[in-house]
Write a protein that binds this ligand. Structure first.
Ligand SMILES: Cc1cc2nc3c(=O)[nH]c(=O)nc-3n(C[C@H](O)[C@H](O)[C@H](O)COP(=O)(O)OP(=O)(O)OC[C@H]3O[C@@H](n4cnc5c(N)ncnc54)[C@H](O)[C@@H]3O)c2cc1C
Length: 472
């Protein structure tokens, strides 16, 4: 999947960039390493005229000033794990933030961490752990995704129920605007109502309103105990009952609630890297991973076990396994996390990250299945996701491998999302890929407002042009 734009005449821009960042951090054509030219799964190709790797905020600003003066498009790249074509750049400049990957400060008293935008999520988690804290946004691509990319996409993940999305874990950001102006709001305060909170405009803006260079992250205390269980669940209604009971009885202790439908679970078990029997046998209709902060000392663990027992007595769950070691916990999460890559190896392949209200989840899944079965009977659809917050992933494969067929499948799925008043993007953003469908999730007035904001922030349309809103 690739959009085509003419190559532009960049004149002496390479020399100007070299003066700013150093010759070896400016590349063109075949000098550009493959990791910058495609996203993690090879969905989108990037063919920038130049790739530039600034090493500081001042360098980002100087590069942007050059681009602004010459109306040269700039597309930021983090870990390339977004998978919706957000980093794709055909002509113009790709800006990789990977040289800006420092954790600058951990402040235990304020529970904050000051980082550069190119730092990996995994490094942030490790540094937080070394200080007895956690950075609570977590998901499978933790070894690739960067804090800048996560801010730009308002990433969510496995612990949204308990800790929210990036918006809830970013106290302040520093960003460079289209004209090279550096705006810094790297504050540590939780409460701050002094005028417009502009950082929230940039969070989730996918590199179209500014380039994030540093962030003040909010850390949380590490829980003293964590229990993980895998449940075979009767149906979505039972899953909802289990979820709401756990929420009510653990008072904020429920961290994760992931659902996997039977056919997904079977595929995931086949794709496992570890040998041996699966944690639970295949063949149940639905599986839930439940993770909870439970302290053995204050009886939290016993209460959790009692609740799980009651779910079985009430017939909501037919079987349950509770991880008794970190290895067993990892074996449960592996079923949920590694499958994406295994499925992506199957081509053709389409991935969706939609959200609908939890009460509509069962009807939504059956409507998507019914619609696809009628329109594209050869397609196979697998359902799983962070369902506790209404976020569902759908992987569709097995269909005839051509672009028109893929677009038709997307139209069917997004039409059902619109019927259920859900969102076409719960996580990965819009990028290039979902842009044609934005109108199914946002009203005309909402899109017009977005366009007006874009015009104010980036009047020459040089920041990640074509993404989210398309061409003006
Ligand atoms: C296996 C797997 C599991 C995933 N699970 C989840 C999940 O559970 N939850 C979730 O939310 N996402 C998930 N994702 C999607 C992805 O990891 C996130 O969207 C992540 O936030 C992207 O970070 P990145 O650094 O890779 O950004 P990139 O993919 O490099 O970029 C994403 C967008 O942000 C822009 N951007 C990058 N850096 C900056 C910057 N410094 N300033 C401004 N704009 C910038 C880019 O131009 C692009 O538009 C998953 C992806 C994979 C491959």
């Amino acid at each position: 999947m690739e959009s085509v734009k003419p190559q532009m005449d960049l004149g002496n821009i390479r020399d100007l960039f070299a003066d700013i960042v150093g010759t070896r951090h400016v590349m063109g054509g075949d000098e550009i390493e493959p990791r910058y030219k495609s996203d993690l799964m090879g969905f989108y190709e990037s063919k920038p005229d130049l790739l530039v790797r600034p090493g500081s905020t001042a360098e980002v600003a100087a590069v942007l000033r050059v681009c602004y003066d010459r109306t040269v498009p700039v597309s930021p790249i983090g870990g390339n794990s977004g998978l919706v074509g957000g980093t794709s750049c055909i002509g113009g400049v790709s800006m990789a933030l990977d040289r800006m990957a420092k954790v600058e400060q951990v402040d235990w008293a304020n529970m904050t961490m000051l980082v550069e935008a190119g730092v990996l999520l995994q490094s942030v988690q490790e540094q937080a752990g070394a200080h007895g804290a956690i950075f609570p946004v977590d998901f499978g691509a933790r070894g690739s995704a960067t804090i800048g990319g996560m801010i730009a996409t308002n990433a969510g993940g496995n612990k949204v129920l308990r800790y929210g999305m990036m918006r809830d874990s970013v106290l302040g950001i520093e960003a460079v605007l289209a004209d090279g102006t550096i705006v810094s709001g790297l504050r540590s305060t939780l409460k701050d109502n002094a005028g417009y909170d502009w950082k929230h405009l940039l969070i989730g803006s996918e590199g179209t309103l500014g380039i994030v260079t540093r962030a003040m992250l909010r850390l949380r205390p590490a829980a003293s105990g964590m229990r993980t269980a895998l449940l075979a669940v009767r149906d979505v209604a039972a899953a909802t009952h289990i979820l709401r009971t756990l929420e009510a009885k653990t008072v904020g202790g429920l961290v994760s609630f992931e659902l996997m439908w039977a056919d997904y679970y079977e595929q995931a078990i086949d794709a496992r890297r570890v040998a041996g029997a699966p944690p639970l046998r295949t063949g149940y209709p639905l599986y839930a991973i439940v993770e909870i902060e439970a302290d053995a000392d204050d009886g939290g663990e016993d209460r959790f076990l009692a609740m799980l027992g009651s779910f079985m007595e009430e017939g909501l769950s037919a079987d349950i396994i509770i991880a008794s070691s970190e290895r067993e916990r990892a074996a449960i999460w592996e079923i949920r996390e590694n499958i994406g890559e295994a499925m992506a190896a199957k081509r053709p392949f389409l991935g969706f990250d939609i959200s609908v209200g939890l009460a509509q989840l069962a009807a939504f899944v059956s409507d998507v299945r019914r619609r696809l079965c009628t329109a594209v009977p050869e397609a196979e659809a697998f359902f799983y996701g962070h369902a506790g917050d209404g976020n569902l992933h759908i992987i569709v494969t097995g269909y005839r491998d051509d672009e028109a067929m893929a677009r038709s499948i997307e139209s069917h799925v997004y039409a059902v999302v619109a019927d259920f008043k859900g969102s076409i993007s719960a996580e990965h953003g819009i990028g290039l890929h979902k842009m044609p469908f934005l109108g199914q999730t946002r009203s005309r007035e909402e899109i017009q407002l977005m366009r007006r904001l874009k015009l104010v922030m980036d009047p020459s349309n040089i920041l990640n042009p074509g993404k989210v809103l398309g061409e003006p």
